[in-house]
Design a protein around this ligand. Structure first.
Ligand SMILES: Nc1nc2c(ncn2[C@@H]2O[C@H](COP(=O)(O)OP(=O)(O)O)[C@@H](O)[C@H]2O)c(=O)[nH]1
Ligand SMILES: [Mg+2]
Ligand SMILES: [Zn+2]
Length: 350
């Protein structure tokens, strides 16, 4: 039994337990992970321990490799779905084919990723399935949206070295995207020792291996953790139009250079709108905006306001982390805030 609580990071959740990777060398050996209970005291405060959270662990039984999470450090940020705290970058993976690339679906993933305030990049997988010119055209298009874009293939090995050097940067990188786009295959190609389950149906018995069910952090290089995540196909949108606008980099860039005539502009090609109606994601932005406004309208009629729950702020149908003001000072967040300020409507709370 240890006396001092030990610091570590939650790398996976399993039912009522979490796996904690302790900082520094421990009696567990090099990749020692403790199976820890989550004390009710933490749960009563309303805080849910998330993958990526920094925690302290007590009551360690080294022999049984068990312990109990007794403390949770404040989060720097939270990726909503898959729920991962303290992310350093989000890599949205979509396939160029099988399944084909759906710009609206990709946009919904990008919006979720942007909510972290961290760098977001796009990986276009299965580049072997399209002619090079078509792959190149997709890359240029997504760069036009404001995203660093990399085409990869686990079949030809294209782009894998570049992806590896991105993912080996210190911090937590999360791969997210629809199911079947090859996220687990990519991680297996980069680190075969992981032997992650992929969706391929293999062998004469045609018993497919199980696909990814939980989010889990894996070490890819010293200080670099990467999360594979279960695919899901329709990420939720933010609760208000300002947050939505802040998730479109090309819109932010244009408005920074020349603001619209009206502060509450919907950027739907109205007179005096700096965006006009010809930008690539104009239609996609319009569809997202309609959905956000419809949800906001329903919420108003239902009389629900924003609430705060356990370190999280409820905004419409989703929870956002309440950020430490110091942590909001990253350049990206500051730019976002300045712009959200310019776009702000009188009912904004922060
Ligand atoms: N053609 C092609 N197929 C791939 C590639 N990468 C993965 N796949 C296939 O795509 C399917 C889904 O892969 P998986 O890694 O489970 O996707 P995940 O759901 O995103 O983790 C599997 O059948 C893979 O064999 C690729 O680069 N090219
Ligand atoms: Mg998978
Ligand atoms: Zn406008």
């Amino acid at each position: 039994m240890g006396a001092e609580p030990l610091p570590g990071r939650v790398v996976a959740l399993q039912a009522n337990y979490c796996l904690v990777d302790l900082d520094g060398p421990s009696a567990l050996g090099p990749d020692g992970r403790l199976l820890c209970t989550r004390r009710t005291r933490l749960d009563k405060s309303g805080l849910q321990v998330c993958v990526g959270d920094r925690v302290t662990v007590a009551s360690v039984d080294w022999r049984a490799r068990r312990g109990a999470v007794v403390g949770l450090e404040p989060r720097h940020n939270l990726l909503q779905r898959p729920a991962v705290a303290n992310v350093s970058r989000v890599v949205v993976v979509v396939a160029l084919a099988e399944p084909g690339l759906d710009p609206l679906q990709l946009t919904r993933f990008l919006i979720t990723a942007e909510a972290t305030g961290q760098p977001v990049q796009v990986v276009l997988s299965k580049a072997d399935l399209l002619p090079a010119a078509a792959v190149e055209a997709w890359c240029r298009r997504l760069e036009g949206w404001g995203y660093a874009t990399l085409a990869v293939s686990t079949c030809t090995g294209a782009g894998l070295a570049a992806l590896r050097s991105d993912l080996e940067q210190p911090g937590i990188a999360v791969l997210c995207g629809p199911s079947g786009v090859g996220k687990s295959s990519l991680l297996n190609a980069l680190a075969p020792a992981l032997d992650l389950r992929v969706a391929a149906v293999s062998g004469r018995l045609r018993r497919g291996r199980h696909t990814t069910r939980h989010v889990e952090l894996f070490p890819l290089a010293p200080g670099a953790l990467v999360a594979d995540s279960p695919g899901f196909n329709t990420p939720a949108l933010p609760g208000d139009p300002q947050t939505l606008a802040a998730a479109f980099p090309e819109l932010l860039a244009r408005l920074r250079a020349s603001p619209c005539r009206f502060a509450n502009c919907r950027h739907q090609g109205d007179p005096g709108c700096a965006m006009g109606g010809t930008w690539d994601r104009h239609g996609i932005y319009g569809r997202c905006l309609e959905e956000v406004e419809a949800l906001a309208g329903a919420r108003c009629r239902g009389g629900q306001g924003r609430q705060e729950e356990g370190g999280m702020r409820r905004r419409g149908d989703r929870l956002e982390p309440l950020l430490d003001p110091q942590l909001r000072r990253s350049s990206r967040s500051t730019r976002r805030q300045a712009l959200e300020g310019e776009l702000s409507s009188p009912d904004r709370e922060d």
